[in-house]
Design a protein around this ligand. Structure first.
Ligand SMILES: Cc1cc2nc3c(=O)[nH]c(=O)nc-3n(C[C@H](O)[C@H](O)[C@H](O)COP(=O)(O)OP(=O)(O)OC[C@H]3O[C@@H](n4cnc5c(N)ncnc54)[C@H](O)[C@@H]3O)c2cc1C
Length: 241
């Protein structure tokens, strides 16, 4: 693994943790300063592959990196922030609990397709604790005239935290893991409020992403271009993507 670590250190960007805060019982905000931020091709909705296993004597390649969304970025100060949920209790969660201000980190920025799309008039944001910061940044980059409805859920609603500017633009729901029936019931309440061209962002638990995508396409006859979905985790897998 030492060879892999050395390769990763060469191909990844380097940064340092400049602050760490507890956002709620199970979520940490971590700010990273890095020279690479200046030239980063930032798009709202991009994420990093963070080398959480570097220096930890990881046993396998799968225990080396985890994905986290860029919640906020400051190109003048060369910083960006992450919000890391720890329900998973895996190496990423342990890294978030243990890391300290001053620690060196290695990461690579990724863009993908789960990024801001301003072409609709109304948006439906659906996600769990792990997806909240990603949906917050997408929301911040949509103009004021857009109609935004949301279902952000967690078993314990007090673990859900406000956005970076302390605003609370989303509706929080006390819903346990993997309960598509309850989420669909809430979607039915919200659909009449969405006007014009509609778009949904669905992220977090892969089981929910699949169920809601299926519901929107089959029952509400939305087309695939209207649905942006990104599984962030899967109960049968470690470190998705
Ligand atoms: C593009 C992308 C962006 C992401 N952005 C963020 C982010 O900003 N903040 C964030 O907190 N997470 C984010 N995630 C999710 C994060 O990468 C995963 O939750 C990751 O699996 C956590 O790693 P771990 O080592 O702690 O747990 P793993 O070792 O990967 O998993 C251990 C066990 O926990 C389960 N598990 C994983 N995540 C969760 C969860 N959230 N709740 C309950 N069980 C879980 C797994 O299925 C597995 O059984 C993102 C994922 C992707 C793909």
């Amino acid at each position: 693994m030492a060879l892999l670590e050395n390769i990763m250190k060469t191909i990844m960007d380097k940064g340092v943790i400049t602050s760490k805060e507890i956002l709620s019982e199970s979520v940490y905000k971590i700010q990273i300063q890095s020279d690479a931020v200046k030239t980063m091709d930032f798009v709202p909705g991009c994420f990093i592959r963070l080398g959480v296993g570097i220096g930890k004597k990881a046993n396998s390649k799968n225990d080396m990196v985890r994905s986290y969304s860029i919640w906020d970025i400051d190109k003048d100060l060369n910083t960006f922030s992450l919000a890391i949920a720890t329900h998973s209790n895996g190496i990423g969660a342990l890294w978030a609990k243990d890391c300290m201000v001053g620690d060196t980190v290695y990461y690579k920025t990724k863009t993908g397709k789960f990024t801001v799309d301003t072409t609709a008039n109304s948006y439906l944001m659906i996600g769990d604790l792990s997806a909240l910061s990603h949906l917050y940044i997408i929301n911040r980059y949509l103009s004021e005239d857009k109609k935004i409805e949301s279902i952000i859920y967690n078993k314990n609603v007090s673990e859900l935290y406000p956005d970076i500017n302390n605003s609370t633009p989303f509706n929080f729901y006390d819903i346990e893991e993997n309960n598509p029936k309850e989420i669909i019931a809430q979607i039915e309440n919200l659909i009449p409020k969405l006007k014009g061209e509609k778009m949904a962002y669905i992220a977090g638990d892969s089981r929910l992403c699949i169920a809601i995508n299926k519901y929107l396409r089959n029952e509400l006859k939305w087309n695939t271009k209207q649905i942006k979905t990104k599984p962030f985790w899967n109960p049968a897998k470690k470190g998705l993507e």
